[in-house]
Write a protein that binds this ligand. Structure first.
Ligand SMILES: Cc1cc2nc3c(=O)[nH]c(=O)nc-3n(C[C@H](O)[C@H](O)[C@H](O)COP(=O)(O)OP(=O)(O)OC[C@H]3O[C@@H](n4cnc5c(N)ncnc54)[C@H](O)[C@@H]3O)c2cc1C
Ligand SMILES: *[C@@H]1O[C@H](CO)[C@@H](O)[C@H](O)[C@H]1NC(C)=O
Ligand SMILES: *[C@@H]1O[C@H](CO)[C@@H](O)[C@H](O)[C@H]1NC(C)=O
Ligand SMILES: *[C@@H]1O[C@H](CO)[C@@H](O)[C@H](O)[C@H]1NC(C)=O
Ligand SMILES: *[C@@H]1O[C@H](CO)[C@@H](O)[C@H](O)[C@H]1NC(C)=O
Ligand SMILES: *[C@@H]1O[C@H](CO)[C@@H](O)[C@H](O)[C@H]1NC(C)=O
Ligand SMILES: CC(=O)N[C@H]1CO[C@H](CO)[C@@H](O)[C@@H]1O
Length: 370
């Protein structure tokens, strides 16, 4: 019996756990233990719309993890509500903090799937616990409702989507501003995609301030925020929503396994470089841009390779796919591209927020996806 410990209970970790459990259901030679501080998965892709009060109910944003694992034998699966604090790679154990204190958990195989968080306080990603994430989200919904001016900073997908959603809902009643350092939005995408996004943002009355950085932010006594711009101009806003800065959740990983940005370095088989029997998938891995599609693809692939490794067979190299991005702007339009092909708006609108209640999401979490 091999004990496989997976750290992180989100898209990558859960996909991998279900895959492994299905692969070994008949042989029963594998026990999967998930360690994660959250009891629910947060459909964070929809957070950009969910901060608008009344748009998406909590039940659609949070899915409980436990029901999906009821289908497996009790001695094949265990969920530990806790956080990895450190790894002893040579001794093959993880120190896990939980309600009962810190305990060492031994593994035969370890998978790092602890994802990332954002520098900003806004609920773009989950907090440690489900309750905390839900409360922060509710807090932001109340702030959005109360604000008469909102400044969003950063014109990557999250910034464009957030200001698009806010403009769609409040463009005529609140002052919505998007500030970006580049001279166009969605830098790195084909010019036509950036142009479409710009036009769509203007259509929903978003004030686009380009080639400008926020160099300072100060909370004022009345709760508003004063922003200092690189132009020297100072503006005050009721609500400041930065969207920049993704940080990998890797503080518990030995530093020699990380790159200079804190991502876990893997080889092309998704195995962690410099460690034995340790794998990494999802946002925490250095191999690809942090996207859910990549996270689940890696999880699928790692499940196959872990299987091959157990059997002592050659591993399969992971192929990094082509570039793709889909950015909804408001509830009725959007833009994006697949390689150099610009995606038509209707495809984005259908795809976006592929539904907190979409069958794919539910199946993923419930382990019904093949
Ligand atoms: C606003 C926004 C919109 C997005 N939209 C899209 C989109 O449209 N398409 C797309 O492809 N991607 C999108 N993404 C990216 C997507 O959210 C991530 O790629 C995805 O969440 C990565 O999944 P993950 O399982 O690797 O990690 P995460 O979802 O970050 O989950 C990490 C898990 O690890 C747990 N954890 C953390 N630390 C520890 C620890 N020490 N011990 C144990 N467990 C721990 C956490 O509690 C959590 O369960 C978006 C991101 C943002 C911020
Ligand atoms: C866990 O293991 C480490 C060494 O790997 C050891 O230093 C520590 O004392 C152990 N902790 C517990 C609670 O057993
Ligand atoms: C847009 O925002 C900038 C500050 O970022 C401000 O100086 C400008 O007056 C605003 N324009 C409109 C039309 O509101
Ligand atoms: C990946 O696996 C293959 C087959 O087992 C192996 O030949 C190769 O060396 C591995 N790659 C690395 C970087 O270790
Ligand atoms: C995954 O990551 C790669 C490499 O960073 C990137 O080009 C691609 O856009 C991402 N998404 C998909 C769907 O492959
Ligand atoms: C979500 O989908 C399921 C099955 O498709 C359906 O039974 C349920 O009512 C939906 N829930 C919500 C909150 O829309
Ligand atoms: C290990 C680690 O860095 N965990 C962090 C993951 O992200 C959450 C949410 O921001 C943080 O609270 C954790 O500390």
């Amino acid at each position: 019996m091999k004990t496989i410990v997976i750290l992180g209970g989100s898209f990558a970790g859960l996909t991998l756990a279900h895959k492994l459990l299905k692969q070994h259901a008949s042989t029963g030679d594998v026990k999967v233990i998930i360690v994660s501080p959250n009891t629910h998965v947060y459909w964070n892709l929809a957070s950009v719309r969910a901060i608008i009060p009344g748009q998406i109910p909590d039940e659609k944003l949070f899915q409980p993890i436990a029901p999906g694992f009821k289908q497996y034998k009790a001695d094949h699966f265990e969920f530990v509500l806790g956080k990895a604090e450190s790894i002893d790679v040579a001794g093959k154990k993880v120190a896990v903090s939980s309600a009962t204190g810190i305990n060492n958990l031994s593994y035969d195989i370890l998978v790092l799937a602890t994802g990332s968080h954002t520098k900003a306080d806004a609920p773009w990603k989950g907090r440690d616990t489900y309750e905390e994430t839900r409360d922060v989200l509710h807090d932001y919904q109340a702030k959005v409702k109360k604000a008469s001016s909102i400044v969003v900073v950063g014109s990557g997908a999250t910034g464009v989507e957030t200001s698009g959603e806010l403009g769609f809902e409040y463009g005529k009643t609140k002052k919505i501003t998007l500030i970006a350092s580049g001279d166009h939005v969605l830098e790195g995408t084909p010019a036509s995609v950036s142009k479409t996004a710009t036009n769509l943002l203007k259509k929903v009355n978003v004030n686009l301030t380009l080639s400008t950085k926020v160099v300072g932010d100060a909370k004022m006594p009345d709760g508003r925020t004063e922003l200092t711009l690189s132009s020297g101009q100072k503006i005050t806003t009721d609500l400041y929503l930065p969207t920049i800065g993704l940080v990998p959740n890797s503080s518990y990983v030995p530093a020699d396994l990380l790159n200079s940005n804190g991502f876990v370095v893997v080889d092309n088989n998704l195995s962690v470089k410099g460690a034995t029997d340790v794998w990494a998938v999802g946002d925490v891995s250095s191999i690809q841009r942090a996207q859910i599609v990549n996270a689940t693809k890696q999880a699928d692939h790692a499940a196959k390779n872990i299987d091959l490794a157990i059997k002592g067979q050659p591993l399969l190299p992971y192929k990094v796919g082509g570039d793709m991005l889909a950015v909804p702007v408001g509830r009725k339009a959007g833009t994006g591209h697949m390689g150099s092909w610009k995606l038509p708006s209707f495809m984005i609108v259908m795809r976006i927020i592929p539904g907190p209640n979409s069958s794919a999401f539910r199946a993923q979490i419930a382990g019904n996806l093949q």
